[in-house]
Design a binder for this molecule. Sequence first.
Ligand SMILES: Cc1cc2nc3c(=O)[nH]c(=O)nc-3n(C[C@H](O)[C@H](O)[C@H](O)COP(=O)(O)OP(=O)(O)OC[C@H]3O[C@@H](n4cnc5c(N)ncnc54)[C@H](O)[C@@H]3O)c2cc1C
Length: 574
Amino acid sequence: MYHSFDAIVVGAGGAGLRAALELGRSGSVAVLTKLYPTRSHTGTAQGGIGAALGNVEEDLWEWHMFDTVKGGDYLTDQDAAEILAREAVDTVYELEHWGLPFDRTSDGKIAQRPFGGHTHHFGKGAVRRSCYAADRTGHMILQTLYQQCLRHSVQFFDEYHVVDLLIQDGVACGVVAYQILTGEFHTFRAKAVLLATGGMGRLFRITSNAHALTGDGPAMALRRGIPLEDMEFFQFHPTGIRKMGILITEAVRGEGGILLNDRGERFMERYSPTLLDLAPRDIVSRAIYLEVRNGLGIGGKDYVHLDATHLGRDVVESKLPDIADFCRTYLGIDPATEPMPVQPTAHYAMGGIPTDTDGRVIVDEKNTALPGLYAAGECACVSVHGANRLGTNSLVDLVVFGRRAGRDMARYVRENDFVALPPEPECEACDEAERLLKGTGQERVADIRQELQDLMMDDVGVFRVEEQIAGALSKIGELKSRYQKVALDDRGQKFNTELLEAIELGYLLDLAEVTAASALARQESRGAHSREDYPERDDDHWLKHTLAYQTGEGVELKYKPVSITRFEPKPRTY
Ligand SMILES: Cc1cc2nc3c(=O)[nH]c(=O)nc-3n(C[C@H](O)[C@H](O)[C@H](O)COP(=O)(O)OP(=O)(O)OC[C@H]3O[C@@H](n4cnc5c(N)ncnc54)[C@H](O)[C@@H]3O)c2cc1C
């Protein structure tokens, strides 16, 4: 089946919806999403959205910019961080005016609370910058944006799984999607395409990310010759529910919760004397690993306690209602009276599809844009989060850069005509589906996925060393060969989720390979990338972004400079 729109948005999370809203006001736009829109992962964001509104104490966007750069361990592109911090303020008010029910101060302003790494006066102490709606901020953002999209006649194709990106003569011209209900392929022609497919946490065994977060957009781009930027930087959030990975928001610590080891010590005093439990996430995650390694995990096991019992029941039930529910449901624990068992959980991809500050996808170290192709949200790398993202900065990224991408796409579709589609646009995607459906090998999708997730968690996780990463890289090669021999039980057309999981596993394998190759090459420790064999940050050699290309002979790496405008790199102490 064939469809034609001025613009296509792939993904109905915060980034896709915010961009679609700009496009819906000016032309024909379709949003394609493999999930029902309001089930997108943005809806699970608990903690808040950071903006220097200064509602409860003095705050400046310059401080927010500085924190973003320092939090990113100086790999952040500072032109992008300036845009993020400046435009955050306006985009939060925009959400408020569309009806987002933020919590309020006693005088009726948007309430704000502290969050990891957010400071006043360039690092002097924690500042209250996170705007929130209880611990359901992302849910409220998603609902608000979805309502606005419906109001502006954005057309939705729900449960359409995009499986290929169409590029003809170096210009993006559409996508191919698989309709989950019927098993039919559809070609969507467009002048401009935005990839907004979210994260890829399913690369790891323990993750806060939903099952659907398999990095489809980045993997499709990679297969079309587009490089992926800074894939070695993957954030582990310090407080996932033990074994399950389900997130316990940083807002628990923002409200005053503390981390304790087996001896009942507040161990962050040793690792971050100024910001304590609200140090950036990479620092807190490593601290937990080190406590566990030193035998100070609870009962000598692989977790520590997050204690909120001193906050009182009122604070727990009113400011953290969903967290309280999770703990009761999944752990049988009441966080108002008992500490929560937590361990680091794979949370956020700082890397992704390289873009400029208008969301245009760039394909080389000279920042050459690929006409008609855009990316925004977690799947993109602007790069505003550098080597480590601060809490609350992803939701800002979605609305700030989603809006900018949408606006530039609206301009682009006004100024440009459709280009020709490639002949038989669906054939590659159809052939791959056919191969998987007819496979007669002995390999199972679930087995390969499990082995991949274990490998990434254990060897390309919080701490890394050369031999382990190199070993992982060669094992990923073996898993890729085994993937060619996968067989499915369900060979039907309708709602064949097994086929979709097989396609997603193919994406994860490609992304694991570029992640491991990028991590192996970077011989330094910076932000979330912690090499035990190279424990120091090395600005002389490594103050640069990685660009990883997929080639017939494996991964090829190139590098591009970091944009430094206001803040010269300094040692990162907290
Ligand atoms: C549990 C949790 C809590 C978080 N809390 C916070 C927080 O408090 N503050 C903060 O700033 N950040 C937070 N984050 C991070 C932040 O929520 C995410 O980075 C962000 O929501 C990603 O938004 P997105 O629009 O890029 O993608 P998502 O919201 O993940 O949406 C992705 C969309 O892409 C679609 N899609 C994917 N692949 C395909 C395909 N092949 N075909 C068609 N559609 C496809 C999906 O259907 C979905 O609609 C949290 C993340 C998690 C996991």
